[in-house]
Design a protein around this ligand. Structure first.
Ligand SMILES: Nc1nc2c(ncn2[C@@H]2O[C@H](COP(=O)(O)OP(=O)(O)OP(=O)(O)O)[C@@H](O)[C@H]2O)c(=O)[nH]1
Ligand SMILES: [Mg+2]
Length: 349
């Protein structure tokens, strides 16, 4: 049994053991944690959530480690979630992450945790959202979420974060194409890491020209402002509110989001990235887009949660046999598919 008020109190006070416990329960999909999350709800919404995504091995963890340092120097506290959806492949990386984490181990203003999200009902993004809320309630000023940007996970981070840092590296060849396809919807701050390698300037130019092309091709403020464009992200504040944006130093004079080079290993270039994230944060707040973005993200979350609940109901023995009987009805031509769905929907909702 969990003493809910006590667990919530300890989380609010930032007790690392209470944080670890709650996040483990989220990770394991233990429904008992829901009461704790409910008790914390009123304490959430203060942290700025920054998603860091990009291809495997692009240096995200190294960068995040440097972001943490930079934020600590600026007097801000930081919670970090490293999402590891496919442990067989990233086992080594997790080990590397552990070593990096140790440099902050004695700092109370930092909490770092990886998430494997075994069997969470709400899927990966549901668990990450919940864990981020726990860190938010614990009072961390910034919550950084690292996810590997492959396929859908890039999109997921857009649905979780207030600001998305998209990391790329020189020498990936075709991967820039992958980036191209989703680039407009994803990044608020573009980082080309491993700038110590050949080709970084070329990648910067390529990203800039893609963003410019997108701007010229009618990336209208309306379509990108977050209203009426639910699925395309509504992400580019730079396109959406240029005056407010430039007054905060986010983006350039043409309304393009920043594209910056870093060498995460040495920390070179990291300060300006954090400046850009902070400028984006200020601009979001100023223009009202922060609220819009959060409304949209919670909308996704609600839809996902409802879908999961319905799926869970479909999995009960009663529902399974009902479904089997309806399938029989369809095959025997007693009902058509649409009628069968109507019946199921009526019974389940
Ligand atoms: N040359 C160079 N290597 C770097 C730089 N940043 C990171 N690396 C190296 O790139 C490798 C991967 O770095 P990580 O930080 O683990 O990359 P990641 O994106 O977190 O990797 P996954 O989480 O496995 O996707 C490590 O060997 C780092 O030391 C950099 O700026 N320059
Ligand atoms: Mg990593």
């Amino acid at each position: 049994m969990t003493d809910v008020p006590e667990a919530a109190r300890r989380i609010r006070s930032g007790d690392p053991r209470a944080l670890a416990r709650a996040i483990s329960r989220i990770d394991d999909g233990d429904p008992a944690v829901i009461e704790v999350l409910k008790a914390l709800h009123a304490d959430t919404g203060r942290a700025h959530v920054v998603g860091v995504t990009g291809p495997p091995g692009s240096g995200k963890s190294t960068l995040v480690d440097k972001f943490v340092r930079e934020y600590r120097e600026r007097g801000l506290t930081v919670g970090v979630l490293a999402v590891d959806p496919s442990s067989p492949f990233t086992g080594g990386a997790i080990l590397g992450d552990r070593i990096r984490m140790q440099s902050h181990a004695l700092d109370e203003g930092v909490y770092i945790r990886s998430l494997a999200t075994r069997g969470h009902l709400g899927g990966l993004s549901g668990a990450v959202m919940e864990a981020a809320r726990v860190l938010d309630a614990a009072g961390f000023d910034r919550v950084l979420i690292e996810t590997v940007g492959v396929g859908q996970s890039e999109v997921d981070i857009v649905r979780l974060a207030d600001t998305v840092v998209l990391v790329s590296v020189p020498g990936l060849g075709d991967d820039i194409q992958v980036l191209k396809a989703g680039i407009m919807e994803i990044g608020d701050v573009f980082v080309v890491n491993k700038a110590d390698r050949d080709g970084a300037d070329r990648v910067v130019r390529e990203i800039r020209s893609m963003l410019e092309t997108a701007l010229v091709n009618g990336a209208s403020p309306r379509a990108l402002s977050g209203t009426g464009a639910a699925d395309r992200g509504g992400h580019h504040i730079a396109f959406a509110a240029r005056e407010a944006v430039s007054s905060h130093g986010y983006g350039d004079a043409h309304g393009l989001p920043p594209v910056l080079k870093t060498t995460a290993e040495t920390g070179e270039g990291v300060g300006p990235v954090v400046d850009s994230v902070e400028a984006h944060r200020a601009a979001l707040a100023e223009t009202g887009l922060l609220r819009e973005r959060r409304l949209r993200n919670v909308g996704y979350e609600l839809r996902g949660a409802l879908g999961n609940r319905l799926l869970a109901r479909l999995g009960t023995p009663d529902a399974v046999s009902r479904l089997d009987r309806l399938a029989e009805d369809v095959v025997e031509k007693r009902r058509d598919v649409y009628e069968a769905v109507d019946v199921l929907f009526e019974e389940l909702c």
